[in-house]
Every structure is written in structure tokens, then in C-alpha cells.
Design a protein around this ligand. Structure first.
Ligand SMILES: [Zn+2]
Length: 278
């Protein structure tokens, strides 16, 4: 999965520090990420410093990988823009190496958080990145906002040797098979979300809900929790939520379609079911 970057080491603890030699610096235009035209990767400190002194660029520390700091450059110098290419988040689904794709999509989600909380939601004053922790702080009323992460579930609905696969109906959505999935609502446990989403999307009752693994999924700003569960009863008849899904089909373990992206929890859960009982 995209977060499995071993032997590289992701360090998410917040540090109050400035960019130095060897670090990486992200710049953004709207929601697009600027990558180095020369390498197709995030700009290095050295690449940026050659075009504009890094110490003159206001920056925010994001995280480290293998001890190397990753920063958001809050102002994009024109000279850097001319040496870069702007890409959307989808670019990072197939980017190589995969561990650097993980750094890019994680940085993009953090940038979105900072960008979307530039003004205090309580008093409307301009807010600023906090210098002590990963948060936005209002200098007028003191309101602190932490990164927003939306919990969601991925559900492998099983019936003996069969797994229920779905396809989204939204234009532009991923074309390969998926599993039942959806966001957790306020006031709901993850298990409640599993039961509700399965009922809403395919009209089935489920039992024996069991947690599999979780995954940070910055493409949608979410934290995914993967569950398997069993069909409650023997009636496999699907009632499809057509504005959400175009298809929901039961597949035997030996007949599951091949394909999909290895970066996703959905793919891993389908492949895990193919190997045997879950
Ligand atoms: Zn305020």
C-alpha cells in the first residue's frame, strides 16, 4: 500500500525547524503541486537555493523521511515556478519511486489543510501556522485548528467463498472494481458505518464485522479502515444505489478479476481474499 515505504522511514512528529541542505521543498499553485522539471521529484534545497535564497522563503515544516525534512514554501518564487511542472494529486497514483509519491500526496493533504484554514472559523481573522505544533492558530481569539482527517470504511462483504465487488458510477472515478465504501458520520462507530454503507449501497444485511487494516488515503483526505464481514442469511440479491454504483457483483474466490492499483487498501483486501478465508 502507498504508506508501506520500508526501508524508508516516515517521521510524522512535529519539529520547529527551518530548511537546510538535503531537505525538500514543496510549492503549490491552487491545489497543484510543483515538481522539479529536471527530476520529476520535489525540489531539493539545493535546486531552490540556486534560483532564490531559501532563507528568504517563508516555510512550514511538514514531516521527515529518512531524517530529511519536507517543507511547504509558502511563497513560490517566479524563478522556481519556471523550473517546475505543476501536477494534480492523481499524478501521485502512478509516480515512481512509490515512497516519494507517498511524500507528495501526504504533503498535498497537509498543504490543503493549511490553505483551507487561512482564516479563523470563529472570528474571521487571518490565522497562522503554529510554530509549536501542526496546527493553525488564530492570533486574535486563540482558536486552534488541527489537521482535518475524515474517517471512512472499506468493506469486504463475503458469503462463503464469494466476495462482493462494486464499480462506481461517478464520471472520472476509478474504473477498476472496488469494495463497498463510505465516510463515517458524526455520532457513528466504524462498525455502524459498515452496516449503514452496506445497506445503503447494496441493500444487504451483514454480521461478524472484523477489522483488517487501516490506511491513510490523502487523495480524499481520509483515514480508511478496512473490514471484512459476512452476509447475514443466504439471500445474495443486491439492491443497487444507482447514483453511487453502476455495478455490484458476487465473485467466487477463484474467479476474482485481476488488476487494480497496488497502492490501495481495496486492492490488498481483494488480493487477501483471493488467497483464502479472511
Ligand atoms: Zn479567531
Amino acid at each position: 500500500m502507498i504508506q508501506d515505504i520500508s526501508p524508508h522511514l516516515f517521521d510524522n512528529s512535529y519539529k520547529d525547524r527551518k530548511p537546510e541542505a538535503g531537505d525538500r521543498i514543496f510549492f503549490y499553485q491552487g491545489r497543484s503541486t510543483l515538481l522539479s522539471k529536471a527530476t520529476g521529484l520535489p525540489f531539493t534545497y539545493e535546486e531552490v537555493d540556486r534560483l532564490c535564497p531559501v532563507e528568504t522563503i517563508p516555510s512550514v515544516y511538514l514531516f521527515s523521511i529518512d531524517g530529511r525534512g519536507y517543507f511547504w514554501g509558502r511563497v513560490m518564487p517566479k524563478a522556481v515556478l519556471s523550473e517546475g511542472i505543476l501536477v494534480g494529486d492523481r499524478h501521485f497514483r502512478d509516480m515512481q519511486p512509490e515512497w516519494e509519491a507517498f511524500s507528495c500526496i501526504t504533503a498535498s493533504q497537509l498543504h490543503s489543510f493549511y490553505h483551507e484554514h487561512q482564516f479563523c472559523g470563529c472570528c474571521g481573522a487571518p490565522a497562522l501556522p503554529d510554530e509549536k505544533e501542526r496546527a493553525m492558530r488564530c492570533p486574535v481569539c486563540g482558536k486552534i485548528v488541527y489537521p482535518v482527517i475524515s474517517p471512512a470504511v472499506i468493506v469486504g462483504v463475503t458469503h462463503g467463498d464469494r466476495l462482493l465487488l462494486t464499480k462506481y458510477s461517478r464520471p472520472g472515478s476509478v474504473k477498476f472494481y472496488a469494495l463497498v465504501a463510505g465516510y463515517t458520520e458524526i455520532g457513528e462507530s466504524l462498525e455502524d458505518t459498515v452496516r449503514r454503507e452496506v445497506m445503503e449501497e447494496v441493500g444487504l444485511r451483514v454480521k461478524n464485522i472484523r477489522f483488517y487494516k487501516s490506511q491513510p488515503w490523502s487523495f480524499s483526505g481520509s483515514l480508511l479502515s478496512g473490514f471484512y464481514c459476512d452476509l447475514d442469511g443466504d439471500d445474495e440479491t443486491v439492491r443497487l444505489q444507482e447514483d453511487e454504483l453502476s455495478e455490484a457483483t458476487w465473485y467466487d474466490r477463484s474467479d476474482l478479476p485481476e488488476g487494480g492499483s497496488s497502492i490501495s487498501l481495496t486492492h490488498e483486501m481483494i488480493e487477501r481474499f483471493r488467497m483464502g478465508p479472511v
